[in-house]
Ligand binder design. Structure first.
Ligand SMILES: C[S@@+](CC[C@H](N)C(=O)[O-])C[C@H]1O[C@@H](n2cnc3c(N)ncnc32)[C@H](O)[C@@H]1O
Length: 299
């Protein structure tokens, strides 16, 4: 079968059988097919990166691999776990089932954190940054990739996530400026080297309520780690800890910046105000006007 004919046949199959998640807008029928096509030829690219790459002619063996990948995608296996890649803030990263697949919406947080880090390193460098709940290490690694004047410590409760973060640090050649350690929340930093020494804490915490975690789309619940989503009964268990414990680690005028779930923004902002530990408190909306990133400066 000619490759054009094969492309059209598989395109129709994907159109009929795959449903796409709202929080992965970069995945379309075309980017899905393109990245799986490339993977079957041994070229591993995220959906975003696959755009614009000329697709190679496939051998019979590679066509077999491609058909097998399509079968898995139709069974809801996430695309990034099939290609082993996900793009985040323009940086191509390794992705696998050890951690959550970085989402496009988290780039709102990443971009704000990068902007804050650049403001800091204009005045003093290097800036010390902590990425807690690091998952695949996407936030800390991408910020370090774009700002050479920061030192990042990334941490996660999940040993597997920390292993993937370490792989990403090596993949991006960032070993001299990004380090990953396992620990519960900020426990890896409970010492004088970090108390009141940190310029910026960035965090994309789990923030889905325990009840909603049980009802998530099967593409998420069957493949991505539950620990990445469950934020307790109200969804804000880790966010509350972040607000109350960050001042212990931040320098005076240091910043904490984090993602919140849909609808959580106003309550979280009130919580920051009531804590009395922060001077500036502000937020960033998504394109639909929802508060998705909150940031606050220590007094
Ligand atoms: C929503 S995911 C975010 C992952 C990554 N930072 C990103 O933006 O894609 C939340 C992460 O928090 C981690 N986590 C959950 N509870 C934690 C805790 N008590 N301490 C540290 N990390 C935790 C999970 O393992 C998961 O990797």
């Amino acid at each position: 079968m000619e490759n054009d004919e094969l492309f059209n046949e598989l395109r129709s199959e994907l159109q009929e059988k795959v449903h796409f998640l709202k929080d992965k807008p970069e995945e379309t029928i075309d980017t899905t097919l393109r990245s799986l096509w490339l993977a079957s030829a041994g070229i591993f690219k995220s959906a975003e990166a696959s755009d614009g790459i000329i697709l190679p002619q496939l051998s019979e063996n590679q066509v077999g691999k491609l058909r097998a990948l399509i079968v898995q995608r139709v069974k809801n296996v996430p695309l990034a776990y099939l290609t082993g890649r996900q793009r985040f803030m323009g940086v191509e990263l390794l992705a696998d089932k050890r951690a959550l697949i970085p989402r496009k919406e988290t780039e709102i947080l990443g971009n704000k954190a990068l902007e804050l880090s650049r403001e800091m390193t204009k005045i003093q460098k290097p800036a010390l940054v902590i990425d807690t709940c690091c998952g695949a290490g996407n936030l800390g690694s991408a910020i370090a990739y774009h700002n050479p004047d920061i030192k990042v410590y990334a941490t996660d409760l999940s040993h597997e996530a920390v292993e993937l973060t370490k792989d990403n640090i090596s993949f991006l050649n960032l070993s001299d400026r990004v380090e990953a350690m396992q620990g519960d929340f900020m426990s890896a930093f409970e010492n004088d080297a970090f108390y009141e020494k940190v310029d910026l804490i960035v965090c994309n915490p789990p923030y889905i309520t325990s009840a909603k975690v049980k009802k998530m789309d099967s593409e998420i619940s069957s493949y991505e780690p539950e620990l990445a989503f469950d934020g307790g009964m109200l969804g804000i268990k880790i966010i509350q800890k972040l607000i109350s414990e960050s001042p212990k680690f931040l320098k005076p005028s240091g910043w904490v910046v984090f993602e919140v779930g849909l609808g959580q923004g106003p309550f979280v902002i009130q919580f920051l105000q009531k804590s009395g530990n922060y001077s500036v408190i502000d937020f960033v909306n998504d394109d639909e006007g929802n508060i998705r990133t909150v940031y606050a400066q220590k007094r």
